[in-house]
Ligand binder design. Structure first.
Ligand code: PHE
Length: 342
């Protein structure tokens, strides 16, 4: 009796387990067949009391085997459902970690920064130190120490943003010459890239804020030949091609003699365009030998030392290099412009 009931239960339970279509259905089967209360197995176990003592051992063992067989079938099927569910999820939810996320772009250097770094590399390889100075300067460092006394007409050459208390927004990077001489003393090889400010009408070739790169070398016997050598090395390093240059006498109170080094406009090839103001030439590199008064005010004895200095227009240079026809793009913050340099 009991034997056949156990065999039947086992067969029907295993068949139902095998046929279960989902984990939820399997759970219903588990409760009905093998649950603690009122399940088919529990009901059958109640019949154990009526089994004759001689058969008890054998039937008890058979009962346990049946129970174990059903439970392990339930467990195996449940594990199969869990596996299948995980596989389905993995299939549905996979993603490729190597695909760049949409809408996120890597940052890029500004064209002026790109050129600045190149020039820094070039000059540091020739033994120059890179210095920086404050954008808010004293009137003394921006003018007086550069041989531009208060009543000197050269003060009007640069339209200055004046601040309170004798301070101003530096109109050029030349005050860093003064700081460099005072801090480092001779012999001295320094460059100083940075932002400068002038109270100017803004147009395609003028901004109130732009970048210069100052350079200064002070040593025992610095001559115009040194100056020309370094300026040529600089321009070849930047343009990596032939550029046509011309040297004109130029007046800056802090150099004597002073020069204007112009390059032929690379945008129009010298034909004339808005950037070169139709002249075919772009003023790029004012330079000269350091005026003795400037050395003296920097704490250097002009009887013992002399030097050259230059003030490269970094903004102009970037415009030439990248054929940018309007200076206002550079500070405009328009990502469509900036992304071209990524
Ligand atoms: N500081 C000058 C200017 O901004 C440029 C310059 C620098 C000229 C060094 C000569 C030597 O106009």
């Amino acid at each position: 009796m009991m034997e056949s009931q156990l065999a039947e239960l086992k067969a029907s339970a295993l068949a139902r387990i095998a046929a279960a279509a989902s984990a939820a259905e399997l759970e219903v089967i588990r409760v009905e067949v093998a649950g603690r209360k009122g399940s088919q197995l529990t009901e059958l176990s109640k019949g154990m009391g009526k089994v004759p003592p001689v058969d008890k051992g054998r039937i008890g063992k058979l009962f346990n085997e049946t129970k174990t067989a059903i439970e392990s079938a339930l467990d195996a099927r449940q594990a199969a459902f869990a596996d299948a569910a995980l596989n389905a999820r993995l299939d549905a939810e996979w993603f490729d970690l190597t695909v760049p996320p949409p809408g996120v772009r890597p940052g890029a250097l500004h064209p002026i920064t790109i050129i600045q770094k190149e020039i820094e590399d070039l000059f540091t390889s020739m033994g120059f130190t890179v210095l920086s100075g404050p954008e808010v300067e004293t009137e003394f460092n921006n003018f007086d120490a550069l041989n531009i006394p208060p009543d000197h007409p050269a003060r009007d050459m640069q339209d200055t943003f004046w601040l309170e208390g004798g301070h101003l927004l530096r109109t050029h990077t030349s005050p860093v010459q003064v700081r460099g001489m005072q801090r480092l003393g001779p012999p001295l090889r320094m460059i100083a890239p940075g932002r400068v400010f002038r109270n100017e009408e803004v147009d395609p070739s003028h901004e109130h804020t732009f970048y210069q790169l100052e350079g200064m070398m002070v040593d025992r016997e610095v001559s115009v030949a040194y100056l020309i050598y370094y300026m040529k090395t600089l321009l070849q390093g930047i343009f990596k091609r032939e550029v046509t240059v011309r040297l004109r006498p130029g007046y800056f109170p802090f150099v004597e003699p002073g020069f204007e080094l112009d390059i032929q406009c690379l945008l129009c090839g010298g034909k004339g365009c808005p950037v070169c103001k139709q002249s075919g030439w772009v003023e790029l590199l004012p330079c000269g030998l350091v005026h003795p008064n400037v050395l003296r005010l920097g704490g250097i004895d002009p009887e013992q030392w002399n030097g050259f200095a230059f003030g490269l227009g970094l903004t102009r240079l970037a415009m030439m290099r990248y054929a940018i026809d309007d200076i206002r793009h550079l500070q405009g913050g328009d990502l469509r412009f900036l992304r071209q340099f990524a």
